[in-house]
Design a protein around this ligand. Sequence first.
Ligand code: SF4
Ligand code: SF4
Ligand code: SF4
Length: 583
Amino acid sequence: MTDKKTLFIDGKEVEFTDEPNLLEVIRKAGLNVPTFCYRPDLTTFGACRMCVVEVEGRGIQSSCTMPPEAGLKIHINTEKTRRIRKTVLELLLANHDKSCLTCEKSGKCELQQYAEEYGIRKIRYPDKAEEDYLPIDDSSPSLVRDMNKCILCGACVRACTEFQGHSVLGFANRGSKTVVQPMNGRPLGQVDCVNCGQCAAVCPTGALTIKSDIEKVWAEITNPNKKVVVQMAPATRVAIGEIFGLEPGENSIGKMNAALRKIGFDLVFDTNFGADLTIMEEATEFLERLKSGQNLPIFTSCCPAWVKYLEDQHPDMLHHLSSCKSPMSMLSPVLKALVPENFGIARENLVVVGIMPCTAKKYECKRPELAKDGVPDTDYVLTTQELGRMIKEAGIDFNALTPETHDSPFGEYSGAGTIFGASGGVAEAAVRTAYEFATSETLNDVDIKEMRGTSNRCKDIELDIKGTKVVVRVVSTLKEAEKSIQEIKDGKAQFQMLEVMACPGGCINGGGQPQSCNDSSIKAERAKGLYKEDAELPVRKSHYNPSIRKLYNEYLEEPSSHKAHELLHTLYQDKYKGSYKDV
Ligand code: SF4
Ligand code: SF4
Ligand code: SF4
Protein backbone atom coordinates (compact mmCIF):
# COMPACT_ATOMS: atom_id res chain seq x y z
CA MET A 1 0.00 0.00 0.00
CA THR A 2 1.29 3.45 -0.91
CA ASP A 3 1.51 6.01 1.89
CA LYS A 4 -0.72 9.01 1.38
CA LYS A 5 0.46 12.32 2.81
CA THR A 6 -0.85 15.84 2.42
CA LEU A 7 0.46 19.34 1.81
CA PHE A 8 -1.29 22.63 1.12
CA ILE A 9 -1.44 24.45 -2.22
CA ASP A 10 -2.86 27.98 -1.92
CA GLY A 11 -4.60 26.92 1.31
CA LYS A 12 -6.17 23.77 -0.12
CA GLU A 13 -5.14 20.39 1.31
CA VAL A 14 -3.76 18.12 -1.40
CA GLU A 15 -2.78 14.44 -1.18
CA PHE A 16 0.47 13.11 -2.56
CA THR A 17 2.11 9.69 -2.65
CA ASP A 18 5.23 9.02 -4.67
CA GLU A 19 5.36 12.13 -6.87
CA PRO A 20 9.03 13.02 -7.38
CA ASN A 21 8.60 16.78 -7.01
CA LEU A 22 6.20 19.59 -6.11
CA LEU A 23 5.47 20.30 -9.76
CA GLU A 24 3.96 16.81 -10.19
CA VAL A 25 1.88 17.28 -7.01
CA ILE A 26 0.62 20.62 -8.37
CA ARG A 27 -0.33 18.97 -11.66
CA LYS A 28 -2.00 16.04 -9.91
CA ALA A 29 -4.14 18.58 -8.03
CA GLY A 30 -5.41 19.87 -11.40
CA LEU A 31 -3.30 23.04 -11.24
CA ASN A 32 -0.19 24.05 -13.14
CA VAL A 33 2.84 26.28 -13.14
CA PRO A 34 4.78 27.16 -16.30
CA THR A 35 8.03 25.41 -17.18
CA PHE A 36 10.32 25.20 -20.17
CA CYS A 37 12.87 22.66 -19.02
CA TYR A 38 10.84 20.11 -17.03
CA ARG A 39 9.88 17.04 -19.06
CA PRO A 40 8.44 14.13 -17.04
CA ASP A 41 10.28 11.45 -19.06
CA LEU A 42 13.67 13.16 -18.66
CA THR A 43 15.91 13.91 -15.71
CA THR A 44 15.20 17.17 -13.93
CA PHE A 45 17.38 20.09 -14.99
CA GLY A 46 15.99 22.99 -12.94
CA ALA A 47 17.35 25.60 -15.34
CA CYS A 48 14.53 27.85 -16.50
CA ARG A 49 13.17 29.02 -13.10
CA MET A 50 9.66 29.43 -14.51
CA CYS A 51 8.14 26.87 -12.15
CA VAL A 52 9.02 28.83 -8.99
CA VAL A 53 6.62 28.68 -6.06
CA GLU A 54 6.70 30.29 -2.61
CA VAL A 55 7.04 27.77 0.18
CA GLU A 56 6.17 29.09 3.66
CA GLY A 57 9.34 29.14 5.76
CA ARG A 58 11.56 28.23 2.78
CA GLY A 59 11.05 31.17 0.41
CA ILE A 60 11.19 30.86 -3.38
CA GLN A 61 11.82 27.33 -4.67
CA SER A 62 11.70 25.78 -8.11
CA SER A 63 8.91 23.24 -7.89
CA CYS A 64 10.51 20.78 -10.34
CA THR A 65 13.52 20.23 -8.08
CA MET A 66 11.89 20.27 -4.63
CA PRO A 67 10.55 16.96 -3.32
CA PRO A 68 7.12 17.11 -1.63
CA GLU A 69 6.99 16.95 2.17
CA ALA A 70 3.98 16.47 4.41
CA GLY A 71 2.60 19.71 5.79
CA LEU A 72 4.33 22.06 3.32
CA LYS A 73 2.34 25.21 2.59
CA ILE A 74 3.02 26.38 -0.95
CA HIS A 75 1.68 29.28 -3.00
CA ILE A 76 1.92 29.12 -6.74
CA ASN A 77 0.80 32.55 -7.95
CA THR A 78 2.13 35.23 -5.62
CA GLU A 79 3.35 38.71 -6.49
CA LYS A 80 6.94 37.41 -6.22
CA THR A 81 6.50 34.24 -8.35
CA ARG A 82 4.72 36.21 -11.07
CA ARG A 83 7.47 38.88 -11.04
CA ILE A 84 10.20 36.23 -11.35
CA ARG A 85 8.44 34.50 -14.25
CA LYS A 86 7.90 37.80 -16.08
CA THR A 87 11.57 38.73 -15.67
CA VAL A 88 12.66 35.31 -16.97
CA LEU A 89 10.37 35.76 -19.96
CA GLU A 90 11.68 39.27 -20.71
CA LEU A 91 15.30 38.10 -20.52
CA LEU A 92 14.59 35.16 -22.82
CA LEU A 93 12.70 37.34 -25.28
CA ALA A 94 15.45 39.98 -25.36
CA ASN A 95 17.86 37.29 -26.48
CA HIS A 96 15.41 35.71 -28.92
CA ASP A 97 14.81 36.07 -32.64
CA LYS A 98 11.24 37.30 -32.38
CA SER A 99 10.09 36.26 -35.85
CA CYS A 100 6.92 34.72 -34.47
CA LEU A 101 4.78 35.35 -37.54
CA THR A 102 6.96 33.20 -39.78
CA CYS A 103 8.19 30.71 -37.20
CA GLU A 104 7.47 26.99 -37.84
CA LYS A 105 6.45 26.71 -34.18
CA SER A 106 4.08 29.71 -34.16
CA GLY A 107 0.92 28.83 -32.27
CA LYS A 108 2.62 25.87 -30.55
CA CYS A 109 5.64 27.64 -29.04
CA GLU A 110 5.70 27.62 -25.25
CA LEU A 111 7.68 30.88 -25.10
CA GLN A 112 5.05 32.61 -27.24
CA GLN A 113 2.28 31.06 -25.13
CA TYR A 114 3.72 32.16 -21.76
CA ALA A 115 4.61 35.64 -23.09
CA GLU A 116 0.98 36.00 -24.04
CA GLU A 117 -0.36 34.53 -20.78
CA TYR A 118 1.91 36.75 -18.66
CA GLY A 119 0.99 39.85 -20.67
CA ILE A 120 4.55 40.69 -21.80
CA ARG A 121 4.08 43.79 -23.92
CA LYS A 122 7.40 45.53 -23.38
CA ILE A 123 10.90 44.13 -22.89
CA ARG A 124 13.10 46.19 -20.61
CA TYR A 125 16.37 44.66 -21.82
CA PRO A 126 18.25 45.42 -25.07
CA ASP A 127 17.84 43.06 -28.03
CA LYS A 128 20.68 40.76 -28.89
CA ALA A 129 23.23 42.27 -31.26
CA GLU A 130 22.96 41.57 -35.00
CA GLU A 131 26.42 39.97 -35.07
CA ASP A 132 25.38 37.44 -32.41
CA TYR A 133 22.81 35.84 -34.73
CA LEU A 134 23.75 32.31 -35.80
CA PRO A 135 23.18 30.72 -39.21
CA ILE A 136 20.24 28.33 -39.55
CA ASP A 137 21.31 24.70 -39.92
CA ASP A 138 19.09 22.83 -42.40
CA SER A 139 21.65 20.17 -43.29
CA SER A 140 19.60 17.35 -41.74
CA PRO A 141 17.02 15.55 -43.90
CA SER A 142 14.62 15.60 -40.95
CA LEU A 143 15.15 18.64 -38.74
CA VAL A 144 16.00 22.34 -38.87
CA ARG A 145 18.10 24.00 -36.14
CA ASP A 146 17.67 27.72 -35.52
CA MET A 147 19.71 28.47 -32.42
CA ASN A 148 18.54 32.09 -32.44
CA LYS A 149 15.36 30.68 -30.93
CA CYS A 150 17.06 28.46 -28.35
CA ILE A 151 16.35 29.24 -24.68
CA LEU A 152 18.97 26.79 -23.35
CA CYS A 153 16.46 24.64 -21.51
CA GLY A 154 18.59 21.57 -22.26
CA ALA A 155 15.60 19.32 -23.02
CA CYS A 156 17.02 18.29 -26.43
CA VAL A 157 20.41 17.43 -24.93
CA ARG A 158 18.76 15.25 -22.29
CA ALA A 159 16.41 13.58 -24.82
CA CYS A 160 19.29 12.65 -27.10
CA THR A 161 21.41 11.36 -24.22
CA GLU A 162 18.72 9.70 -22.12
CA PHE A 163 16.60 8.16 -24.91
CA GLN A 164 19.21 7.44 -27.53
CA GLY A 165 22.30 7.23 -25.31
CA HIS A 166 23.84 9.15 -28.10
CA SER A 167 24.87 12.68 -27.06
CA VAL A 168 24.70 14.09 -30.58
CA LEU A 169 23.77 17.44 -29.00
CA GLY A 170 25.59 19.18 -26.18
CA PHE A 171 26.24 22.56 -24.61
CA ALA A 172 29.25 24.50 -25.89
CA ASN A 173 30.94 27.76 -24.75
CA ARG A 174 30.17 29.61 -21.52
CA GLY A 175 28.12 32.48 -20.18
CA SER A 176 26.27 34.57 -22.76
CA LYS A 177 28.01 32.63 -25.57
CA THR A 178 26.54 29.29 -24.46
CA VAL A 179 24.92 27.36 -27.32
CA VAL A 180 23.49 23.92 -27.91
CA GLN A 181 25.15 22.31 -30.89
CA PRO A 182 25.92 18.94 -32.51
CA MET A 183 29.27 17.29 -31.80
CA ASN A 184 32.27 19.51 -32.60
CA GLY A 185 29.99 22.32 -33.82
CA ARG A 186 29.33 20.49 -37.09
CA PRO A 187 26.02 20.69 -38.97
CA LEU A 188 23.42 18.18 -37.77
CA GLY A 189 23.36 16.45 -41.16
CA GLN A 190 27.07 15.70 -40.85
CA VAL A 191 27.13 13.93 -37.48
CA ASP A 192 25.82 10.55 -36.36
CA CYS A 193 22.31 11.85 -35.65
CA VAL A 194 19.72 9.12 -36.30
CA ASN A 195 16.97 11.62 -37.20
CA CYS A 196 14.56 10.32 -34.53
CA GLY A 197 13.28 13.83 -33.80
CA GLN A 198 12.97 13.26 -30.06
CA CYS A 199 15.00 16.43 -29.49
CA ALA A 200 12.55 18.48 -31.55
CA ALA A 201 9.61 16.81 -29.79
CA VAL A 202 10.75 18.17 -26.43
CA CYS A 203 11.93 21.59 -27.67
CA PRO A 204 9.57 24.25 -26.32
CA THR A 205 10.40 26.80 -29.02
CA GLY A 206 11.12 26.97 -32.74
CA ALA A 207 14.82 26.21 -32.18
CA LEU A 208 14.47 22.59 -33.33
CA THR A 209 11.70 21.88 -35.79
CA ILE A 210 10.68 19.26 -38.31
CA LYS A 211 11.86 19.94 -41.86
CA SER A 212 8.67 20.61 -43.78
CA ASP A 213 7.85 18.95 -47.12
CA ILE A 214 4.34 20.39 -47.25
CA GLU A 215 4.99 22.78 -50.15
CA LYS A 216 6.56 20.04 -52.29
CA VAL A 217 3.53 17.80 -51.73
CA TRP A 218 1.06 20.61 -52.54
CA ALA A 219 3.01 21.21 -55.78
CA GLU A 220 2.55 17.56 -56.79
CA ILE A 221 -1.14 17.52 -55.81
CA THR A 222 -1.87 20.66 -57.83
CA ASN A 223 0.10 19.43 -60.86
CA PRO A 224 -2.54 18.15 -63.33
CA ASN A 225 -0.06 15.68 -64.84
CA LYS A 226 0.59 13.88 -61.57
CA LYS A 227 -1.37 11.24 -59.68
CA VAL A 228 -0.51 11.36 -56.01
CA VAL A 229 -1.16 8.31 -53.87
CA VAL A 230 -0.74 8.20 -50.13
CA GLN A 231 -0.16 5.62 -47.41
CA MET A 232 -0.32 6.29 -43.68
CA ALA A 233 1.49 4.51 -40.86
CA PRO A 234 -0.47 2.79 -38.05
CA ALA A 235 0.52 5.24 -35.30
CA THR A 236 -0.74 8.31 -37.17
CA ARG A 237 -4.43 7.32 -36.92
CA VAL A 238 -4.46 7.34 -33.11
CA ALA A 239 -2.74 10.74 -32.82
CA ILE A 240 -3.91 13.01 -35.65
CA GLY A 241 -7.19 13.68 -33.85
CA GLU A 242 -5.28 15.41 -31.02
CA ILE A 243 -4.56 18.29 -33.42
CA PHE A 244 -8.32 18.77 -33.73
CA GLY A 245 -9.20 18.39 -30.05
CA LEU A 246 -9.95 14.66 -30.00
CA GLU A 247 -8.72 12.42 -27.21
CA PRO A 248 -5.31 10.68 -27.62
CA GLY A 249 -5.84 7.13 -28.85
CA GLU A 250 -9.08 7.88 -30.67
CA ASN A 251 -8.84 6.07 -33.99
CA SER A 252 -9.45 8.60 -36.76
CA ILE A 253 -8.57 6.42 -39.74
CA GLY A 254 -11.94 6.97 -41.46
CA LYS A 255 -11.71 10.75 -41.09
CA MET A 256 -8.08 10.63 -42.22
CA ASN A 257 -9.06 8.80 -45.40
CA ALA A 258 -11.74 11.42 -46.03
CA ALA A 259 -9.41 14.34 -45.29
CA LEU A 260 -6.69 12.98 -47.59
CA ARG A 261 -9.15 12.72 -50.47
CA LYS A 262 -10.45 16.24 -49.82
CA ILE A 263 -6.88 17.54 -49.86
CA GLY A 264 -6.54 16.04 -53.33
CA PHE A 265 -4.73 12.71 -53.01
CA ASP A 266 -5.90 10.45 -55.82
CA LEU A 267 -5.69 7.10 -54.06
CA VAL A 268 -5.56 6.40 -50.33
CA PHE A 269 -3.80 3.24 -49.21
CA ASP A 270 -2.53 2.12 -45.81
CA THR A 271 0.97 1.36 -44.52
CA ASN A 272 -0.67 -1.38 -42.41
CA PHE A 273 -0.83 -3.37 -45.66
CA GLY A 274 2.95 -2.88 -45.88
CA ALA A 275 3.25 -4.02 -42.26
CA ASP A 276 1.43 -7.26 -43.16
CA LEU A 277 3.87 -7.72 -46.04
CA THR A 278 6.79 -7.12 -43.67
CA ILE A 279 5.48 -9.86 -41.39
CA MET A 280 5.17 -12.35 -44.24
CA GLU A 281 8.81 -11.79 -45.10
CA GLU A 282 10.23 -11.27 -41.62
CA ALA A 283 8.48 -14.29 -40.05
CA THR A 284 9.83 -16.43 -42.91
CA GLU A 285 13.32 -15.00 -42.49
CA PHE A 286 13.19 -15.57 -38.72
CA LEU A 287 12.22 -19.22 -39.15
CA GLU A 288 14.98 -19.72 -41.75
CA ARG A 289 17.54 -18.28 -39.30
CA LEU A 290 16.19 -20.40 -36.43
CA LYS A 291 16.56 -23.49 -38.61
CA SER A 292 20.08 -22.67 -39.77
CA GLY A 293 21.16 -21.16 -36.46
CA GLN A 294 22.81 -18.31 -38.40
CA ASN A 295 22.70 -14.56 -37.76
CA LEU A 296 20.73 -14.89 -34.52
CA PRO A 297 19.36 -12.98 -32.81
CA ILE A 298 17.51 -11.44 -35.73
CA PHE A 299 17.05 -7.67 -35.37
CA THR A 300 13.87 -6.02 -36.65
CA SER A 301 14.60 -3.41 -39.31
CA CYS A 302 11.50 -1.23 -39.62
CA CYS A 303 12.87 1.68 -37.55
CA PRO A 304 15.22 3.77 -39.75
CA ALA A 305 16.77 5.45 -36.72
CA TRP A 306 17.80 2.05 -35.36
CA VAL A 307 19.11 0.92 -38.75
CA LYS A 308 21.21 4.08 -39.05
CA TYR A 309 22.48 3.68 -35.49
CA LEU A 310 23.73 0.17 -36.28
CA GLU A 311 25.31 1.30 -39.54
CA ASP A 312 27.05 4.22 -37.82
CA GLN A 313 28.03 2.61 -34.52
CA HIS A 314 28.08 -1.17 -35.02
CA PRO A 315 28.65 -2.06 -38.69
CA ASP A 316 30.01 -5.41 -37.47
CA MET A 317 26.46 -6.28 -36.31
CA LEU A 318 24.64 -5.57 -39.59
CA HIS A 319 24.30 -9.30 -40.35
CA HIS A 320 21.82 -9.50 -37.45
CA LEU A 321 19.40 -7.05 -39.09
CA SER A 322 16.48 -8.52 -40.96
CA SER A 323 16.93 -7.75 -44.65
CA CYS A 324 13.25 -6.70 -44.78
CA LYS A 325 12.52 -3.12 -45.73
CA SER A 326 10.23 -1.16 -43.42
CA PRO A 327 6.46 -1.36 -44.05
CA MET A 328 6.52 2.06 -45.79
CA SER A 329 9.44 1.05 -47.96
CA MET A 330 7.85 -2.31 -48.84
CA LEU A 331 4.53 -0.79 -49.84
CA SER A 332 5.98 2.04 -51.95
CA PRO A 333 7.80 -0.13 -54.54
CA VAL A 334 4.74 -2.41 -54.68
CA LEU A 335 2.64 0.68 -55.44
CA LYS A 336 5.12 1.92 -58.05
CA ALA A 337 5.11 -1.54 -59.67
CA LEU A 338 1.39 -2.34 -59.53
CA VAL A 339 -0.64 0.90 -59.38
CA PRO A 340 0.22 1.69 -63.04
CA GLU A 341 -1.36 -1.51 -64.34
CA ASN A 342 -4.16 -1.73 -61.72
CA PHE A 343 -5.28 1.89 -62.02
CA GLY A 344 -4.08 2.92 -65.49
CA ILE A 345 -1.59 5.53 -64.26
CA ALA A 346 1.79 5.92 -65.98
CA ARG A 347 4.61 5.11 -63.57
CA GLU A 348 6.44 8.36 -64.38
CA ASN A 349 3.35 10.34 -63.33
CA LEU A 350 2.90 8.46 -60.07
CA VAL A 351 3.93 10.14 -56.82
CA VAL A 352 3.92 8.21 -53.52
CA VAL A 353 3.61 10.08 -50.23
CA GLY A 354 3.94 8.52 -46.77
CA ILE A 355 2.22 10.03 -43.72
CA MET A 356 4.43 8.96 -40.84
CA PRO A 357 4.73 9.53 -37.07
CA CYS A 358 8.43 9.67 -37.74
CA THR A 359 11.02 12.27 -38.70
CA ALA A 360 13.56 9.53 -39.51
CA LYS A 361 11.33 8.35 -42.37
CA LYS A 362 12.20 11.62 -44.15
CA TYR A 363 15.77 10.35 -44.11
CA GLU A 364 14.79 6.77 -44.98
CA CYS A 365 12.95 7.76 -48.16
CA LYS A 366 16.14 9.43 -49.42
CA ARG A 367 18.30 6.32 -49.01
CA PRO A 368 19.69 5.55 -52.47
CA GLU A 369 18.94 1.82 -52.29
CA LEU A 370 15.22 2.56 -51.74
CA ALA A 371 14.85 3.88 -55.27
CA LYS A 372 14.54 2.58 -58.82
CA ASP A 373 16.51 4.23 -61.62
CA GLY A 374 17.25 7.15 -59.31
CA VAL A 375 13.55 7.80 -58.52
CA PRO A 376 12.71 7.24 -54.84
CA ASP A 377 10.13 4.56 -54.07
CA THR A 378 8.58 6.96 -51.53
CA ASP A 379 8.75 10.43 -53.05
CA TYR A 380 7.91 12.40 -49.90
CA VAL A 381 7.29 11.81 -46.23
CA LEU A 382 5.02 14.07 -44.21
CA THR A 383 4.71 13.73 -40.46
CA THR A 384 1.40 13.55 -38.59
CA GLN A 385 2.02 17.18 -37.59
CA GLU A 386 2.46 18.25 -41.21
CA LEU A 387 -0.70 16.46 -42.31
CA GLY A 388 -2.57 18.27 -39.52
CA ARG A 389 -1.30 21.56 -40.93
CA MET A 390 -2.37 20.65 -44.49
CA ILE A 391 -5.85 19.71 -43.28
CA LYS A 392 -6.16 23.11 -41.58
CA GLU A 393 -4.74 24.94 -44.59
CA ALA A 394 -7.28 23.21 -46.86
CA GLY A 395 -10.04 24.53 -44.59
CA ILE A 396 -11.30 21.04 -43.76
CA ASP A 397 -13.44 20.65 -40.64
CA PHE A 398 -11.82 17.38 -39.53
CA ASN A 399 -14.32 16.60 -36.82
CA ALA A 400 -17.28 17.05 -39.16
CA LEU A 401 -15.92 14.63 -41.77
CA THR A 402 -17.87 11.49 -42.56
CA PRO A 403 -15.44 8.57 -42.23
CA GLU A 404 -14.42 6.95 -45.52
CA THR A 405 -12.68 3.72 -46.29
CA HIS A 406 -9.33 3.19 -48.03
CA ASP A 407 -8.77 2.18 -51.65
CA SER A 408 -8.29 -1.47 -52.46
CA PRO A 409 -6.36 -3.65 -52.54
CA PHE A 410 -3.39 -1.91 -50.91
CA GLY A 411 -5.46 -0.50 -48.09
CA GLU A 412 -6.64 -3.82 -46.61
CA TYR A 413 -4.95 -4.79 -43.37
CA SER A 414 -5.00 -7.15 -40.43
CA GLY A 415 -4.82 -6.37 -36.71
CA ALA A 416 -1.20 -7.54 -36.81
CA GLY A 417 -0.45 -4.69 -39.23
CA THR A 418 -2.06 -2.15 -36.95
CA ILE A 419 -0.10 -2.99 -33.80
CA PHE A 420 3.22 -2.22 -35.54
CA GLY A 421 2.79 1.31 -34.22
CA ALA A 422 3.49 0.38 -30.59
CA SER A 423 6.65 -1.01 -29.01
CA GLY A 424 6.28 -4.81 -29.01
CA GLY A 425 3.81 -4.76 -31.90
CA VAL A 426 6.22 -5.90 -34.61
CA ALA A 427 7.38 -8.87 -32.54
CA GLU A 428 3.82 -9.83 -31.56
CA ALA A 429 2.68 -9.65 -35.18
CA ALA A 430 5.71 -11.70 -36.31
CA VAL A 431 5.10 -14.39 -33.69
CA ARG A 432 1.41 -14.73 -34.70
CA THR A 433 2.53 -15.65 -38.22
CA ALA A 434 5.81 -17.46 -37.44
CA TYR A 435 4.00 -19.82 -35.05
CA GLU A 436 1.52 -20.90 -37.70
CA PHE A 437 4.15 -21.09 -40.46
CA ALA A 438 6.36 -23.26 -38.24
CA THR A 439 3.72 -25.58 -36.81
CA SER A 440 0.91 -25.55 -39.40
CA GLU A 441 -1.35 -25.26 -36.36
CA THR A 442 -3.75 -22.47 -35.45
CA LEU A 443 -2.58 -20.02 -32.80
CA ASN A 444 -5.82 -19.52 -30.91
CA ASP A 445 -4.78 -16.86 -28.45
CA VAL A 446 -3.18 -14.12 -30.54
CA ASP A 447 -2.86 -11.60 -27.69
CA ILE A 448 0.72 -11.76 -26.43
CA LYS A 449 0.17 -9.21 -23.70
CA GLU A 450 3.64 -9.60 -22.14
CA MET A 451 5.05 -7.87 -25.23
CA ARG A 452 2.88 -4.79 -24.72
CA GLY A 453 3.24 -1.68 -22.60
CA THR A 454 4.88 1.67 -23.20
CA SER A 455 6.63 2.25 -19.88
CA ASN A 456 8.94 -0.78 -19.64
CA ARG A 457 11.66 -0.17 -22.22
CA CYS A 458 13.12 -3.69 -22.15
CA LYS A 459 11.05 -6.88 -21.99
CA ASP A 460 12.05 -10.52 -22.49
CA ILE A 461 9.22 -12.83 -23.49
CA GLU A 462 9.68 -16.58 -23.57
CA LEU A 463 7.57 -18.48 -26.10
CA ASP A 464 7.08 -22.13 -26.87
CA ILE A 465 6.78 -22.85 -30.59
CA LYS A 466 5.75 -26.51 -30.43
CA GLY A 467 8.59 -27.57 -28.18
CA THR A 468 11.13 -24.99 -29.39
CA LYS A 469 11.86 -22.36 -26.77
CA VAL A 470 12.22 -18.88 -28.26
CA VAL A 471 12.98 -15.70 -26.34
CA VAL A 472 11.92 -12.41 -27.90
CA ARG A 473 13.37 -9.18 -26.53
CA VAL A 474 11.44 -5.95 -27.08
CA VAL A 475 13.25 -2.66 -26.48
CA SER A 476 12.49 0.97 -27.13
CA THR A 477 15.11 3.72 -27.17
CA LEU A 478 18.58 3.20 -28.58
CA LYS A 479 20.02 3.50 -25.09
CA GLU A 480 18.28 0.21 -24.24
CA ALA A 481 19.22 -1.28 -27.60
CA GLU A 482 22.89 -0.54 -26.92
CA LYS A 483 22.73 -2.67 -23.72
CA SER A 484 21.38 -5.59 -25.76
CA ILE A 485 24.16 -5.17 -28.34
CA GLN A 486 26.75 -5.31 -25.59
CA GLU A 487 25.12 -8.50 -24.23
CA ILE A 488 25.46 -10.07 -27.68
CA LYS A 489 29.06 -8.92 -28.02
CA ASP A 490 29.82 -10.37 -24.56
CA GLY A 491 28.25 -13.70 -25.57
CA LYS A 492 25.58 -13.37 -22.87
CA ALA A 493 22.46 -12.81 -25.01
CA GLN A 494 19.73 -15.36 -24.41
CA PHE A 495 17.23 -14.07 -26.98
CA GLN A 496 16.65 -15.02 -30.61
CA MET A 497 14.72 -11.95 -31.78
CA LEU A 498 15.35 -8.31 -30.90
CA GLU A 499 12.68 -5.73 -31.71
CA VAL A 500 14.02 -2.19 -31.51
CA MET A 501 12.09 1.08 -31.77
CA ALA A 502 14.16 4.20 -31.23
CA CYS A 503 11.35 6.29 -29.78
CA PRO A 504 10.28 5.59 -26.18
CA GLY A 505 7.15 3.43 -26.45
CA GLY A 506 7.53 3.02 -30.22
CA CYS A 507 6.19 4.97 -33.21
CA ILE A 508 3.08 6.11 -31.31
CA ASN A 509 5.56 8.48 -29.62
CA GLY A 510 7.54 9.31 -32.77
CA GLY A 511 9.15 12.69 -33.30
CA GLY A 512 6.57 13.61 -35.96
CA GLN A 513 3.51 13.05 -33.78
CA PRO A 514 1.52 15.91 -32.27
CA GLN A 515 3.53 17.06 -29.29
CA SER A 516 2.88 15.48 -25.96
CA CYS A 517 6.06 16.08 -24.02
CA ASN A 518 4.27 17.26 -20.88
CA ASP A 519 2.05 14.23 -20.52
CA SER A 520 3.62 10.79 -20.75
CA SER A 521 0.23 9.05 -20.41
CA ILE A 522 -0.60 10.12 -23.97
CA LYS A 523 1.56 7.41 -25.50
CA ALA A 524 -0.21 4.75 -23.44
CA GLU A 525 -3.59 5.98 -24.72
CA ARG A 526 -2.35 5.94 -28.31
CA ALA A 527 -1.11 2.35 -27.86
CA LYS A 528 -4.48 1.37 -26.40
CA GLY A 529 -6.15 2.78 -29.50
CA LEU A 530 -4.07 0.49 -31.72
CA TYR A 531 -4.68 -2.64 -29.63
CA LYS A 532 -8.41 -1.83 -29.62
CA GLU A 533 -8.48 -1.69 -33.40
CA ASP A 534 -6.53 -4.97 -33.56
CA ALA A 535 -9.04 -6.69 -31.26
CA GLU A 536 -11.96 -5.45 -33.35
CA LEU A 537 -10.66 -6.41 -36.79
CA PRO A 538 -11.96 -9.63 -38.37
CA VAL A 539 -8.45 -10.66 -39.51
CA ARG A 540 -5.67 -10.47 -36.91
CA LYS A 541 -2.83 -12.39 -38.55
CA SER A 542 -0.97 -10.95 -41.53
CA HIS A 543 -1.01 -14.19 -43.52
CA TYR A 544 -4.83 -14.23 -43.47
CA ASN A 545 -5.12 -10.77 -45.04
CA PRO A 546 -6.95 -11.69 -48.29
CA SER A 547 -5.23 -8.92 -50.28
CA ILE A 548 -1.82 -10.09 -49.11
CA ARG A 549 -2.65 -13.65 -50.16
CA LYS A 550 -3.78 -12.38 -53.57
CA LEU A 551 -0.56 -10.38 -53.99
CA TYR A 552 1.53 -13.49 -53.33
CA ASN A 553 -0.67 -15.71 -55.52
CA GLU A 554 -0.66 -13.34 -58.46
CA TYR A 555 2.68 -11.54 -58.23
CA LEU A 556 5.16 -12.29 -55.49
CA GLU A 557 4.70 -16.11 -55.57
CA GLU A 558 5.78 -16.88 -51.99
CA PRO A 559 7.58 -15.21 -49.07
CA SER A 560 11.31 -14.90 -49.69
CA SER A 561 10.88 -15.62 -53.45
CA HIS A 562 13.20 -13.95 -55.96
CA LYS A 563 10.47 -11.40 -56.77
CA ALA A 564 9.86 -10.73 -53.06
CA HIS A 565 13.58 -10.16 -52.52
CA GLU A 566 13.75 -7.77 -55.44
CA LEU A 567 10.95 -5.54 -54.09
CA LEU A 568 10.83 -6.11 -50.35
CA HIS A 569 14.37 -6.70 -49.10
CA THR A 570 17.36 -4.40 -48.92
CA LEU A 571 21.03 -3.85 -48.15
CA TYR A 572 22.66 -1.97 -45.30
CA GLN A 573 25.53 0.44 -45.45
CA ASP A 574 28.89 -0.26 -43.87
CA LYS A 575 29.83 3.39 -43.87
CA TYR A 576 33.46 2.74 -42.92
CA LYS A 577 33.90 0.63 -46.03
CA GLY A 578 31.58 2.94 -47.98
CA SER A 579 29.65 -0.01 -49.38
CA TYR A 580 26.21 -1.53 -49.04
CA LYS A 581 26.23 -4.89 -47.36
CA ASP A 582 23.91 -7.80 -48.16
CA VAL A 583 22.87 -9.75 -45.06
S1 SF4 B 1 17.24 13.54 -33.93
FE1 SF4 B 1 17.57 12.01 -32.29
S2 SF4 B 1 19.73 11.43 -32.53
FE2 SF4 B 1 19.45 13.32 -33.68
S3 SF4 B 1 20.03 14.95 -32.26
FE3 SF4 B 1 17.81 14.67 -32.07
S4 SF4 B 1 17.53 13.20 -30.40
FE4 SF4 B 1 19.68 13.09 -31.03
S1 SF4 C 1 17.20 23.69 -28.84
FE1 SF4 C 1 15.16 23.71 -27.85
S2 SF4 C 1 15.20 22.01 -26.42
FE2 SF4 C 1 17.32 22.42 -26.97
S3 SF4 C 1 18.07 23.78 -25.38
FE3 SF4 C 1 17.34 25.08 -27.07
S4 SF4 C 1 15.21 25.54 -26.59
FE4 SF4 C 1 15.81 23.84 -25.26
S1 SF4 D 1 10.42 4.31 -33.34
FE1 SF4 D 1 9.06 4.70 -35.06
S2 SF4 D 1 8.78 6.90 -35.07
FE2 SF4 D 1 10.59 6.49 -33.81
S3 SF4 D 1 12.34 6.67 -35.22
FE3 SF4 D 1 11.72 4.51 -35.15
S4 SF4 D 1 10.29 4.26 -36.87
FE4 SF4 D 1 10.48 6.44 -36.45
